[in-house]
Design a protein around this ligand. Structure first.
Ligand SMILES: NC(=O)c1ccc[n+]([C@@H]2O[C@H](COP(=O)([O-])OP(=O)(O)OC[C@H]3O[C@@H](n4cnc5c(N)ncnc54)[C@H](OP(=O)(O)O)[C@@H]3O)[C@@H](O)[C@H]2O)c1
Length: 297
């Protein structure tokens, strides 16, 4: 396949591009310097030059608070950007994938969401990504996929956050006398490498549409931290906190774990459990630059 990855310098984009290339695909890595998704001409020109058969759009404006403050920008990038990409794909006859989020849900169901559940975003970010999903599918001519992911972590940090959850927590464990993490927000932590593998499988299966791609099981951020500390042998005290302990509006869904039901149906197997995926991520040396407390001497 000839694949173009938009947002190729990002956490997910980096691992997607690496996995496609390692699988023998020809990959055009298009970072923000090459494409501004909110600019239709920039999208059209970059994709026309790359002539991809598949375009994966991971580009996003996703800091939650900034999306509330700059809703025009959030919708320009996350919603209209998706439309520009879909239109360029239509001109090229390329298949497209739009990467979306668990934040399209309000989190009030108290269980994991499947593809059949009705989205109800509670933030500008979630609303702009949901609009992006609709526009990506509405403008598509060739087959199109929307994949929703949750609580991702990769080999490189999130460009927008400068960290991912694991690297942020490991840094705090080194620098602070104790670590406090919320236990009332439930997610499906998933390594970007697993998403890359699963997405390529889906493309080969050729059954377009909406998919959740998240590891099996779910946990609170506190439980994720507990398991991370166990696996890394970290003894920094870990305390449970509530989201209400922190100031400001809560824009995060309380329970936004994703059930990857359609992936299981189409591919005949599940993604790994989040605990196994976390252990494999650590075993791969992906966090080698973040030594356990005391180990740096
Ligand atoms: N992080 C999570 O836990 C999470 C959870 C659910 C869903 N998602 C979704 O997953 C996707 C990937 O997230 P990520 O963590 O990999 O993000 P990331 O590390 O911040 O990477 C985003 C990429 O998009 C590029 N980009 C930003 N604005 C752009 C624009 N206007 N035009 C073109 N490129 C632009 C960034 O380049 P620069 O950095 O140079 O601007 C970067 O390469 C996003 O669509 C996000 O909504 C993420």
């Amino acid at each position: 396949m000839r694949v173009a990855v938009l947002g190729a310098t990002g956490q997910l984009g980096t691992d997607l591009a690496a996995h496609f290339a390692a699988s023998g695909d020809e990959v055009a890595r298009l970072g923000h310097d090459a494409v501004r998704v909110e600019d239709a001409a920039s999208v059209r020109d970059a994709l026309a030059a790359a002539r991809p058969e598949v375009v994966v759009n991971t580009a996003a404006f996703h800091p939650l608070g900034r999306c509330e403050e700059e809703p025009e920008r959030a919708f320009a990038v996350n919603a209209l950007g998706a439309r520009h990409v879909a239109r360029a794909c239509r001109e090229l006859g390329a298949r497209q994938v739009f990467v979306s989020t668990d934040y399209v849900f309000d989190g009030r169901a108290g269980r994991a969401y499947s593809e059949e559940d009705t989205p109800r975003p509670i933030s500008v970010y979630g609303a702009s990504k949901l609009a992006g999903e609709h526009l990506a599918l509405a403008e598509a001519a060739a087959p199109a996929w929307v994949i929703r992911v949750s609580a991702i972590y990769g080999r490189v940090p999130s460009r927008a956050k400068g960290d991912n959850f694991l690297t942020m927590i490991l840094r705090r464990a080194r620098e602070q006398p104790e670590v406090r993490v919320v236990d009332d927000e439930i997610v499906s932590p998933t390594p970007t490498a697993e998403i890359a593998r699963a997405l390529r499988e889906l493309l080969l299966a050729d059954r377009p549409g909406l998919y959740h791609l998240a590891c099996e099981g779910s946990c609170s951020w506190h439980e994720l931290t507990q398991v991370l500390f166990e696996l890394r042998g970290i003894d920094t005290p870990l305390r449970a906190a509530r989201t209400s302990d922190f100031p400001g509006p809560n824009l995060r869904p309380a329970h936004s774990a994703l059930e990857s039901r359609r992936y299981r149906e189409v591919c005949g197997h599940a993604l790994p459990h989040w605990r196994d995926a976390l252990a494999a991520h650590l075993a791969s040396g992906a966090l080698a630059e973040a030594p356990p407390r005391g180990a740096a001497g």
